[in-house]
Design a protein around this ligand. Sequence first.
Ligand code: DGY
Length: 324
Amino acid sequence: MTNSKLRVLLTRRWPQAVEDAMAQDFELRVNQDNRPMTEAELAEGLAWADVLCPTVTDSVSAELLGAPNVRARLLANFGVGFNHIDMAAAKTAGVLVTNTPGVLTDATAEIAMTLLLNSARRAGEGERLVRSGRWQGWHPTHMLSTQVTGKTLGIVGMGRIGLAFARQAHYGFGMRVLYCARTPRSDAALQGLPAQYRSLSELLAASDFVSLHCPASPETHHLINAQSLALMKPTAHLINTARGDVINEADLVDALQQGVIAGAGLDVYEAEPALAPGLLDLSNVVLLPHMGSGTTQTRVAMGECAMANIRAFAAGEPLLNQVV
Ligand code: DGY
């Protein structure tokens, strides 16, 4: 096989089945320690490999990509979001970048729904109460929460994941769906979902639940801050499965402390795995450890998707999911 000598470096462990398949075709190196590689290790990796496969925990900076000894010609990212890679620097350095869209859509939408239900119905608080041994039994006004069925959901960023989540919410829970995006979607793009386009401020004011599905970019950095949170209903819940820095986390802590909004469900954070001061002390926030795509099925599919891009690269064919 012509591509048998292509050097591929995985910065973290991947599902075993995909690692095994990769090892058949390529000269494969894997960061066996399964911790984020240091900057020096990444620099070494970029100098050794033809293809580096980063994840969200690797910051692939302009400095790394601009080093004179970079051998890598492809960054096959394990994930759909690529805000941890300096895309302008990759372009300048002539390094291609691919991602893994599509395969994680349903899994991530499921985690958004998990957070929405959990936040609205106070499931995390309830579970903590039962585990504490302090639950004193049922009574009519115990742990009252917010019903989800029939409420209004505002989707910020109507891409694949936003649409999948909106469909779950509308068809599963009879929710009315509003969305904001750079441009209104056609009926065909919405796959018949009766979702209504709104400006961000209109959406924030009208929604009982707001869920973020936009990519991280300079335009979306701190899109949700003290001003935008103040536009939301005091009964509303904010859900984030996109990227942490779409929310000003310190402003969110203040808003949750002061009752500006009722609750939040977060899977992603500004400085993962660190959390903004005060977040852990709040009972009206549900905190998950960036597990949106974390089903076995999806992580295998993400690996296979990255591998398909590497195979296309090795064969000199058009890349399937090229983002730069
Ligand atoms: C993604 O695919 O973007 C997930 O958040 C993991 O990086």
